[in-house]
Design a protein around this ligand. Structure first.
Ligand SMILES: [Mn+2]
Length: 355
C-alpha cells in the first residue's frame, strides 16, 4: 500500500508536494475542478449561495497543462497517482442531461486519452448533481479542533447555473435572486444517466489504460436538494460495479463516507470491495456519527478503527494509494498542514506496524 496526499487546485504547488514527501508520502492526488476560494466567496455553505465557488475553465485541463502538472510532481521525486473530479464547467450537462451533453462527453473522453498518454493512471469522479453540500464547520474534533460536519440542514432547491455545489454559469446564476431552480431528478433517471456515461467512457478508459474511480455521495443521503444520489449505501458500490465489469470501472473508496452511511458496517464493506479487487484508491478518513448527523474527526478519534481498515486492505492484497481525504484543522500557524502531517504520520506508523 502506498501513502499519498490530496492537493486542491489552490495549493497544488512544489512546496506542498515537498511537504507531502517530507511527511512520508510518495504519491499526489490532484483535485482540480475549480477555484475553491475566490475573494468574497464562502467555502462552506448550507444555504442557497455560491457553494464551493466558481468552476471556470482552467488551462491545467489541457494536455500541456496536465503534462506540466505531472512534471512538477515528478520533479519533487513524487508520483501523480490520480486526478480527482471533473470540473463542473466541463460536464454539467452530462449530469443534467442537457443540450451540451454530447460535446461535453467528447471533452471528458479527450481528458481520459490525455491521462493515458501522460501515464496518469486514475481519474476519480463523483457522479452527482447536488455534490457535497450542507456541511458546517465547527469545533467538532478533539480539543475543539475545527472540522466539518453535517447536521441535517433544511434542504433548499439548487439554483440555476449551479451543479456539484459550484457555479458553472455566472450569467445564469444569481445568489440573491435565483432565476429558477433545477427540477428534481429521480433515482431511476440518475442511474440511467450514469449507465449512459459509463457505457461511453469505460471503453475509452480501457483503450487509454486509465481507471475511472467513483466516489460515493457525501453526505450519503438517498436524495439531496431534490436530486437522487447514486452511492449512499454499501450495496450501491456493487450496483456500480455490476453496470460494467471492466477493471476500468472502479471505486474511489472513501472510508469516511462509508462510515457515514446509515446502517453500514465499515469493515465488512472494506472487506467486500477490496476482496473484489475493484478499489482504485482510498480516502482514509474517520468520522463520528452517521448521516444525517456526523462530524469529521482525526484518524485515531472517530467511530472507525482505521488500523483495522488498513489490516483488511492489506489482507485482501490492496496495493493502491491511500490519502487522508480531509482532516480537522489544528490550532497553529499552519492548521491544514498540521492536520495533514498528523494524519500522514499516523498512517505511516500503522503501515509499518502491520508490516
Ligand atoms: Mn472522500
Amino acid at each position: 500500500m502506498k501513502l499519498g496526499l490530496g492537493l486542491y487546485r489552490d495549493i497544488l504547488t512544489p512546496e506542498n508536494v515537498r511537504f507531502a514527501r517530507q511527511a512520508g508520502a510518495t504519491h499526489i492526488v490532484a483535485h482540480i475542478p475549480g477555484r475553491f476560494t475566490q475573494a468574497g466567496q464562502k467555502i462552506l455553505t448550507a444555504g442557497g449561495d455560491a457553494g464551493f465557488g466558481l468552476s471556470a475553465d482552467d488551462p491545467i485541463w489541457t494536455s500541456e497543462g496536465l503534462a506540466d502538472l505531472k512534471a512538477m510532481v515528478n520533479a519533487e521525486g513524487m508520483e501523480l497517482a490520480a486526478l480527482e473530479n471533473f470540473a463542473p464547467v466541463h460536464w454539467y450537462d452530462v449530469l443534467l442531461d442537457g443540450p451540451q451533453r454530447d460535446r461535453q462527453m467528447e471533452h471528458l473522453k479527450r481528458i481520459l486519452r490525455d491521462l493515458g498518454r501522460l501515464g496518469i493512471p486514475v481519474m476519480g469522479y463523483n457522479f452527482s448533481i447536488a455534490g457535497v453540500w450542507g456541511r458546517v464547520e465547527g469545533p467538532f474534533a478533539r480539543g475543539g479542533a475545527k472540522s466539518v460536519g453535517y447536521d441535517d440542514p433544511a434542504q433548499t432547491p439548487i439554483p440555476l447555473g449551479m451543479v456539484w455545489n459550484m457555479v458553472y454559469d455566472t450569467d445564469l446564476f444569481d445568489a440573491q435572486q435565483p432565476k429558477g431552480y433545477l427540477p428534481p431528478v429521480s433515482s431511476e433517471e440518475m442511474w440511467q444517466r450514469y449507465q449512459a456515461f459509463l457505457d461511453e467512457m469505460i471503453p475509452v478508459a480501457e483503450e487509454a489504460g486509465v481507471v475511472l474511480a467513483v466516489h460515493p455521495d457525501d453526505p450519503p443521503l438517498p436524495t439531496l436538494r431534490g436530486m437522487a444520489r447514486l452511492v449512499t449505501h454499501p450495496d450501491d458500490f456493487g450496483r456500480v460495479l455490476a453496470l460494467n465489469s471492466s477493471p476500468a470501472n472502479a471505486l474511489e473508496f472513501c472510508v469516511g463516507t462509508v462510515a457515514e452511511m446509515p446502517g453500514s458496517d465499515v469493515y465488512a464493506t472494506v472487506d467486500r470491495y477490496s476482496k473484489a479487487g475493484r478499489i482504485a484508491y482510498v480516502h482514509f478518513r474517520n468520522v463520528r456519527g452517521k448521516a444525517p448527523h456526523y462530524h469529521e474527526m482525526t484518524v485515531d478519534d472517530g467511530d472507525v478503527d482505521m488500523i483495522e481498515v488498513m489490516r483488511i486492505l492489506r489482507r485482501n492484497g490492496f496495493e493502491g494509494v491511500m490519502i487522508p481525504d480531509h482532516t480537522p484543522l489544528f490550532e497553529c500557524a499552519a492548521p491544514w498542514h498540521a492536520g495533514m502531517a498528523y494524519a500522514l504520520g499516523f498512517m505511516r506508523a500503522a503501515l509499518q506496524m502491520i508490516g
